[in-house]
Design a protein around this ligand. Structure first.
Ligand code: PLP
Length: 262
């Protein structure tokens, strides 16, 4: 007997050799949430709990070929993008996404928690002008909000202004993640039509949070592929990442990963 295929979700992102973030986190979250995860690898990082020791981009042609292989045969019900490294790869991926008939969750990855750059400084404009307009949802943290809009968000009251400034760049929805503010972490989801939802979760005192952003974005993509509305997808993904952070564990001498299998 042939089993029924689960919804198919594609991550377009970088590989984390330490298994905590990037492609590896995305595929673990997708498995846990019951979808079939697939990958287009944009860059290979040499990485561990101490940071990113180096990375190597794949040629645009290799990114394009992986994408076509997956989309033309298997098909996708949602796509998530993460580390895109360079102007050329941001342009290539934006072009490919414009032809896809499925929700696209863009995690506009700039730097890692350790401060290692994962996107060339000159590629921020390309993210703003080419990638955000093809996003169904963009999921910036507050550092990425500043990088993309120039706005500095120091309190929850400014998160709505930041979300509006990002919506002006073209995505249909924006999730501004307030996790870097003090106190309980609140995230704001704002739609282009003005629909607004706040998500709150208690802050856990656990420093092993490597892979948080990747995991949240890929969980939202998984939920969208299963048919959730955007607000429901974010609520379910937020519940998933909150559990994963609570169970994050120590590995190596630095910051360990969130846990997908508690
Ligand atoms: N490595 C890769 C390949 C990533 O895509 C990301 C984030 O998106 C990171 C590392 C950073 O992860 P974190 O900031 O959670 O440590």
């Amino acid at each position: 007997m042939v089993s029924t295929a689960p919804p198919r979700v594609l991550t377009v992102a970088g590989s984390d050799s330490g298994g905590g973030a990037g492609i590896q986190a995305d595929l673990k979250a997708m498995l846990a949430l019951g979808v079939h995860g697939m990958s287009v690898i944009t860059a290979v990082t040499a990485q561990n709990s101490l940071g990113v020791q180096g990375y190597w981009e794949l040629p645009a042609e290799a990114v394009r070929a992986q994408f076509r292989s997956v989309v033309d045969d298997i098909g996708v019900q949602a796509v998530k993008t993460g580390m895109l490294a360079s102007i050329e790869l941001v342009e290539t991926v934006s072009e490919l996404l414009a032809g896809v008939d499925a929700p696209v969750v863009v995690d506009p990855v700039g730097v890692s928690k350790h401060g290692d750059p994962l996107l060339a400084a000159d590629a921020v404009t390309t993210v703003r002008e080419r990638l955000l307009p093809v996003a169904t949802l963009a999921t910036p943290n507050l550092h990425e909000v500043t990088q993309l809009t120039g706005l500095v968000v120091e309190g929850e009251d400014r998160m709505r202004d930041a979300a509006k400034a990002l919506l002006d760049l073209g995505p249909q929805w924006v999730l501004v993640k307030g996790g870097h503010l003090a106190g309980d972490a609140a995230d704001l989801l704002l739609g282009a039509d003005g629909e607004e939802h706040w998500y709150r979760a208690p802050r856990y005192d656990n420093r092993h949070t490597h892979g948080t952003g990747c995991t949240l974005a890929s969980s939202i993509a998984a939920q969208l592929a299963k048919g959730d509305t955007m607000p429901d997808a974010v609520a379910a993904a937020k519940e998933y990442i909150t559990g994963a952070i609570r169970h994050g564990f120590a590995l190596g001498a630095g910051i360990g990963p969130v846990d997908h299998a508690w």
